[in-house]
Write a protein that binds this ligand. Sequence first.
Ligand SMILES: Nc1ncnc2c1ncn2[C@@H]1O[C@H](COP(=O)(O)OP(=O)(O)O)[C@@H](O)[C@H]1O
Ligand SMILES: [Mg+2]
Length: 360
Amino acid sequence: MSGRSSLPLLGPLLGRRPLLPILLALLAAAIFLADTVTNLEIAVAVFYVVIVLIAVRYLDRRGVAMVAAACMTLTVLSFFLTRAGAVPAGVVNCAISLVAIAVTAYLALRAAAAEAQAREAQAQLAHITRVTMLGELTASIAHELNQPLAAIMLNGNAARRWLAGGNPDEAGKAAERIVRDAERASELIKRLRGLTRKAAGKAIWLDVNQLISDTLTLVETEAGRAHVALRAELAGQLPRAQADPVQIQQVILNLILNALEAVSGEEERDVTIVTSPGRSGEIVIEVRDSGCGLNGVELDHVFDAFYTTKPEGLGMGLAISRSIVESHGGRIWAQPAVPRGAAFFFSLQAGRTGSRGSDQ
Ligand SMILES: Nc1ncnc2c1ncn2[C@@H]1O[C@H](COP(=O)(O)OP(=O)(O)O)[C@@H](O)[C@H]1O
Ligand SMILES: [Mg+2]
C-alpha cells in the first residue's frame, strides 16, 4: 500500500531519518527546476506525488500535510515563473498537478490509517484467541499447577516433623524439594503470563526446540486426559530463529489443539511435533496427527478467517497462525499425513546456530 511497496529501493536510504529531509528537498528542487524550465504544456509537477508518497511512509499526518502543502506552493510558484508555453494549457496542467498532489496525500493518508487500524485489530484478535485458548486449557493447567503445590504441602509438613524430631538434615532436604516445586509452579505461571499479555513481545533469538518443550508442558495433561500420545521429535542441532516467542507459541498451540481435536474421535490418537532444518536453511515445524484428516476440508481456504468445519468452531486459529508466520517471513501449509490424519507445517527463517538449552 502507499509508498511502502512502490519504493522498495529507496527504503534503506530513507530509513536513515537524518537523510530524509535532505533527500525530499533535493527531489523537490529537481522537480521545481524541471517544472520551471520546461514550457507550460508539460505537467512536470505531477511528480510531486512521489514526494508525498515517500512522506507518507516516514512522516506523521501533520508532516505529510505540510509536505503536500509545500509541493502545491512550489507548483503554483513555478507556474508564475515559467515563461514559455501557452498560458491556458499551463493553468490546466497546474490545476491537474495540484489536484493530483492533494488527492494522493488524502488517499495515501487514509490507506496508512486503515493499515494501522487493521494491524491494531489483528493484534487484538490474536490476544483474544490466545486468551480463548487458555480458557480451553484451564482445567489441565489448574491440574498442572496443583501437582507442585500439593508436593510443597507434603514436604512442608514433612520438614516440620523432621525439625520437631531433631533431624535438621532431612528437614533441609525437604526444604530443597519445596524450593524446586515452587520454581516449577512459578515457571508455569511465567509461561501463562506470556500468553495473556495484551501486546505480543519482541523478537529474540529463539530456540524453537526449547519453546516446543515448554509448550508441551502446557498441553501434556490435556493430551493425557484425552488419551492422546503426544510426542516430540526435535532436530538435534537447529539454528535459532529471530522471532517473538509468545506469537510462535500461539501458532504451535493452535496447531496442537487442532490436532488434539482431530484425533478425539479416533481409535488411534497420535500427535507428533517434529522440527527439522528445511532445504534452504529455514526451520520447519510440523504438527502431525492420526486424526480425521483433511477430506472434506478445503485446503485453499483452511487458513482463511472464519473457515471452520466444526459446529462450535470459530475458524480463527489457522488464520491468526498464518498472519503470525507470514509476519515472521515464514510460510504455513497443510497436507494429508500418511497413512492417515493431517500434517500442518510452518517455516521460520533461521539465524545463527543455537544450542538445545534455553538461555533467554
Ligand atoms: N489437524 C487437523 N486435522 C483436520 N482438519 C483440521 C486440522 N486442523 C485444522 N483443520 C481444519 O481447519 C479448520 C480451521 O481450523 P481453525 O482455524 O483452527 O479453526 P477451528 O479450530 O475453530 O475450526 C478446522 O475447522 C478443520 O476443518
Ligand atoms: Mg482451531
